[in-house]
Design a protein around this ligand. Structure first.
Ligand SMILES: [Zn+2]
Ligand SMILES: [Zn+2]
Length: 245
């Protein structure tokens, strides 16, 4: 394209998608930045050590040795570890909420960027992983929402790490009630029997990365990890964009 045509196309696109931050609506932000400006970006809280080795819960203060939080000590966890890129607060919580429930798809680059930035170096550092598995939605919910946010985020992570994306092995077999208002125990009960493995799948010895948007109590990812382990997976680790505190 010539410069003039390019400029005209950009001007048209700017009318449809004005290059303004979609969180504060005040500062400039473009598509490749997920329409989030640098001021909003600076409010993102990355999760840094110390955090619980199993569930990734961050702790304030000076803990230098490895530790497991009190929550994890009385839970039966089926994943080896869960990690999140950032804390689910402020701008991140708003972007996730609008991405998921209001189809604000322009936040995808922002959210996936946070996940890739934190998860990719860790996943590529140790023993190789076989597949990235997004937490599936039940087909009824998928029809209603029209896209699976976990699937979109997992696809970015797969591209960045060259770990294959596997959408086939894990299935949501029971529709589950929304978890927002449930207690930790209720969430775990709610997720019982929610997932199944595609018949004929062999996972023996596989090391899998389970991806979701938010980790709150871990009920969802733990239920999913459970069926993957029962089907023979040697190890399941969990990565989410954000961690609810
Ligand atoms: Zn902003
Ligand atoms: Zn923990």
């Amino acid at each position: 394209m010539t410069g003039a045509v390019k400029a005209a196309v950009k001007a048209c696109l700017d009318l449809v998608y004005p290059p303004v931050c979609q969180l504060c609506h005040q500062h400039r932000a473009e598509a490749r930045e997920g329409f989030v400006c640098s001021q909003c970006w600076s409010q993102v809280r990355f999760i840094r050590p110390p955090f619980c080795e199993r569930c990734g819960l961050p702790y304030d203060g000076e803990i230098t040795s490895n530790f497991v939080c009190t929550n994890c000590q009385d839970l039966e966890l089926h994943f080896s570890s869960a990690r999140s890129a950032v804390v689910a607060k402020g701008v991140v919580r708003e972007a996730i909420h609008r991405f998921k429930y209001s189809r604000a798809l322009w936040f995808e680059n922002f959210l996936a960027g946070l996940l890739v930035r934190e998860a990719a170096p860790v996943l590529l550092a140790g023993m190789p992983w076989n597949d990235i598995v997004p937490v599936p939605l039940h087909p009824l919910k998928l029809r209603e929402r029209e896209f699976n946010q976990a699937d979109r985020l997992a696809a970015h992570l797969s591209r960045a790490t060259a770990i294959p994306l596997n959408r086939k092995i894990l299935r949501r077999v029971n529709p589950t009630a929304t978890q927002t208002l449930l207690t930790r125990e209720q969430r775990a009960a709610n997720m019982k029997g929610a997932f199944g493995i595609r018949p004929g799948t062999r996972l023996a010895g596989q090391r899998l990365v389970l991806v979701d948007d938010v980790f709150t109590t871990g009920a969802t990812t733990n239920a999913a990890a459970r069926v993957l382990r029962q089907a023979g997976a040697a190890e399941v680790c969990v990565w989410t964009v954000a961690r609810g505190l």
